[in-house]
Design a protein around this ligand. Structure first.
Ligand code: ATP
Ligand code: LTN
Length: 332
């Protein structure tokens, strides 16, 4: 077993605001579990964040906060690589190259591009459009086998596979073609205020989104105000988006099945159920928040962690980049 080569799992997250319960249940919790089974490579996709205008001081704070929060969730720098994308120049370089192997039509079909350009109509920049080529570079540089992402990123991953296959068709054996790895529950946490939309960092309605670092009272208040329906029966069913979302959150945190949850809350009202979900979330996040408070005070330790990881990431990614450049015809 010891000698068997472990698969490489790789994922990035944008440090574009405070991390949400959606990010945690849909992505980060999975990252933590994956460390036991795979060789894991994680990073903050800070280059991706500037597709939307950022305020410099806030951006610096968001990056450090995200780094500390993710360590606090349980990413172990002894087991996994956890670096900062913009510190590793090979990402931007391969992204340029892959842009030339990605079709305009393919990028036009990306739903995230359509959503984000509708949301930021005053700044539909070229980076927003070619964002998936940078994401493909992030993944392909490390010959990743598996890419854990929430359901909203599956389309980008399909495009990455298409780009890799196209490139390999022209120049054999450069990239490993990765698979998406989407968790069953928690894959899509919905807004507590509009359960037909995903919970998102950039939601204007603050009550729709629970943040990893929200205090206990705030979390309880948001769950108590969660939008439900008028049936007043805790059961998972079509058309009950609010309750379905709460059941899934509760299930992911407690490990209980949907059926078990329905049984446990048989005859109880939504008030009790919402309070139970809120309490489970508060308890689960408590140690994470405490660890974050400790880490964020120790900037020197954080820097030591990311510098070390940045160097290793550069070394690994340089191999793939050189191979791709050589095959294309660049003189190295
Ligand atoms: P933004 O509001 O800026 O679009 P976001 O909160 O949607 O940000 P991303 O940085 O795009 O988050 O995503 C980080 C990771 O979290 C991705 O793997 C994504 O699939 C996952 N994720 C984001 N939102 C959710 C959600 N509501 N449910 C499950 N997973 C999610
Ligand atoms: N686009 C992703 C973040 C991201 C990513 C990646 C995820 C950037 N590069 C590589 C997986 C692999 C997002 O917005 N969630």
């Amino acid at each position: 077993m010891e000698n068997e080569k472990r698969k490489i799992a790789l994922s990035l997250i944008q440090p574009s605001g405070t991390i949400t319960l959606g990010n945690y249940l849909g992505a980060l919790k999975n990252w933590v579990d994956m460390q036991e089974k795979f060789d894991c490579i994680f990073a903050l996709a800070d280059l991706h964040t500037i597709t939307v205008r950022q305020e410099p001081a806030k951006m610096r704070k968001n990056i450090l906060d995200a780094y500390a929060s993710i360590l606090a969730c349980g990413i172990d720098v002894e087991k996994s690589l956890f670096f900062i994308q913009s510190h590793v120049h090979t990402h931007a370089e391969l992204a340029w190259i892959l842009n030339c192997y990605t079709q305009f039509g393919e990028l036009s079909r990306m739903t995230q591009f359509k959503d984000k350009s509708a949301k930021h109509a005053d700044n539909i920049n070229a980076g927003l459009f070619t964002y998936p080529a940078l994401m493909a570079a992030d993944i392909l540089l490390y010959q990743a086998d598996l890419v854990p992402v929430g359901a909203d990123q599956v389309q980008h991953l399909e495009l990455t596979r298409d780009i890799a296959n196209r490139f390999n068709g022209l120049y054999p054996n450069v990239f490993k073609v990765p698979e998406a790895y989407v968790p069953k529950t928690g894959a899509r946490v919905m807004s507590l205020q509009d359960p037909t939309r995903k919970m998102s960092k950039s939601d204007e309605n603050v009550n729709g989104c629970v943040h990893l670092l929200d205090d206990a009272d705030t979390i309880m208040r948001k769950f108590k105000r969660a939008v439900t329906d008028s049936e007043a029966v805790v059961r998972y069913a079509e058309g009950k988006d609010g309750i379905n979302n709460l059941i899934d959150i509760y299930s992911t945190i407690t490990g209980l099945s949907r059926e078990q949850i329905e049984k446990d809350f048989d005859g109880k009202g939504y008030g009790d159920f919402k309070a139970a979900v809120g309490e489970a979330v508060v308890e689960h996040l408590k140690p994470i928040r405490a660890e974050y408070e400790k880490l964020i005070k120790d900037k020197a330790y954080l820097e030591e962690c990311y510098r070390k990881a940045d160097d290793i990431a550069l070394r690994i990614s340089q191999r793939t980049l050189s191979k791709a450049k050589k095959k294309i015809g660049f003189i190295l």
